[in-house]
Design a protein around this ligand. Structure first.
Ligand SMILES: Cc1cc2nc3c(=O)[nH]c(=O)nc-3n(C[C@H](O)[C@H](O)[C@H](O)COP(=O)(O)OP(=O)(O)OC[C@H]3O[C@@H](n4cnc5c(N)ncnc54)[C@H](O)[C@@H]3O)c2cc1C
Length: 379
């Protein structure tokens, strides 16, 4: 029996894929079935490729928004820097669309499928510790029940450090950026927004990403330098954001009631503990900056790939080696590119000018083709 800790996107991707291979497993989640507050998520072609394989894509297509364009805009003067024709590009190149969706819709659809598969999902079951040795593997549920298992699959999200074996060193790096999220109705927004477009405003102290998630509802993600976070009222005030941001964008930021997250990065798919039956997928393995919109994409890929490896029934060490081979360099490349975007999005002065020229003077297809390695991934 494999025990999956966490019924998030990574855990459910792994579960659905294990069921397809007739592999016994169970899931534990610390929360009840209720979904958290709805936010949005971008689903790139590599992520929809996995959703298709899981049998979920067709079910959620009616609730997804097909994105035709990603428009990059200067937050300084609100002028367009470039329009990336992502819809046409993704269809021609990857035979897939680029979507946005309400994260809860995606999550519920994965969970419904796991439940239809008759997978046991133990809600209100917080795994408070794990004991993983070569002889014995167990997990502790709600601090009071010890549960024996064969393999632990950690998919418990960003705060999973305490569940790793003591021998696995976790080096989480706190990022200098903080994420703020909000959802707003179209009629509350003083901007010209379209239902098939992602808008990104680039400023030196922040960038703002806006896209549709439900009928006339838009998701706002603001990434700003951590130092501008107001710890007292737990929000961000546009007027306190110095730098090259227009008055309109400034006022918009100030008028929104944000929820915020601190951001971390690391990759724990490492070459140690290869003899222990514990694997880690999704954010628990590699929290990453959101500047490439790939956290859920990587969670889906990890879960799917790990299930295939577990089905191969090799030794624990061989399975770890295979997982490392398939995931380590890809995930690290995503993290590196996300960090690079973080730098490029927030340039100022001469470098900002050079970036803008580069964006304006080269074609959208050229800019997008740099992500072939990411979007065209075949698991
Ligand atoms: C601002 C922002 C914007 C983002 N935008 C995008 C985007 O556009 N596209 C994209 O692909 N990704 C995006 N992401 C990232 C994405 O949301 C995450 O990477 C993804 O949800 C990770 O899934 P997961 O299953 O690994 O973790 P989670 O979704 O966090 O799931 C973890 C699960 O484990 C459970 N759990 C935790 N601890 C325990 C425990 N001890 N015992 C039992 N259960 C436990 C939790 O209840 C939860 O259900 C964004 C992230 C941020 C912060």
């Amino acid at each position: 029996m494999h025990s999956i800790i966490g019924a998030g996107i990574a855990g459910l991707s792994c579960s659905i894929s294990l069921t397809e291979k007739n592999i016994d497993h169970e899931i534990f989640d610390k929360y009840s079935k209720n979904s958290p507050k709805a936010y949005g998520i971008q689903i790139s072609p590599n992520a929809s490729n996995i959703l298709r394989k899981l049998g979920v894509l067709e079910k959620i297509i009616p609730q997804m928004h097909k994105i035709e364009t990603i428009e990059l805009i200067s937050a300084r003067d609100e002028k367009t820097l470039t329009c990336l024709p992502i819809g046409k590009f993704a269809r021609e190149r990857y035979h897939s669309d680029y979507y946005t969706i309400n994260r809860n819709t995606l999550h519920e659809s994965l969970r419904n499928l796991a439940e239809e598969n008759k997978t046991v999902i133990n809600y209100n079951s917080e795994i408070t510790s794990t004991c993983v040795t070569e002889e014995n593997t167990s997990i502790s549920i709600n601090k009071n029940t010890t549960h024996h298992t064969n393999t632990v699959i950690l998919s418990s999200g960003i705060n999973s450090e305490s569940l790793y074996p003591a021998t696995q060193k976790i080096l989480r790096k706190k990022l200098k950026f903080r994420a703020f999220r909000a959802t707003l109705n179209k009629n509350e927004i003083p901007l010209n927004l379209e239902m098939n477009k992602v808008n990104v405003w680039l400023g030196d102290t922040m960038h703002l990403v806006v896209y549709p998630i439900d009928v006339n509802v838009f998701n706002f993600v603001l990434i700003a330098k951590e130092k501008y976070y107001n710890k007292v009222n737990k929000t961000i005030d546009g007027e306190n954001l110095p730098g090259n941001i227009s008055k309109k964008i400034n006022e918009l930021i100030s008028s929104i009631k944000w929820e915020s997250w601190s951001l971390n990065e690391s990759c724990t798919i490492q070459k140690n503990n290869f003899n222990l039956p514990i694997f880690s997928i999704g954010d628990s393995a590699h929290p990453m900056p959101p500047h490439l919109a790939q956290g859920a994409g990587m969670a889906l890929e990890d879960g799917y790939v790990l299930a295939e490896i577990l089905a191969s029934k090799r030794t624990t060490e061989e399975m770890h080696q295979e997982y490392y081979k398939k995931r380590f360099s890809r995930v690290n490349k995503v993290i590196r590119n996300a960090n690079m975007n973080g730098e490029i999005f927030h340039l100022n002065g001469v470098l900002e000018h050079i970036r803008n020229m580069y964006l304006k003077n080269l074609s959208g297809d050229f800019h997008l083709s740099k992500y072939d390695w990411l979007y065209n991934y075949k698991v």
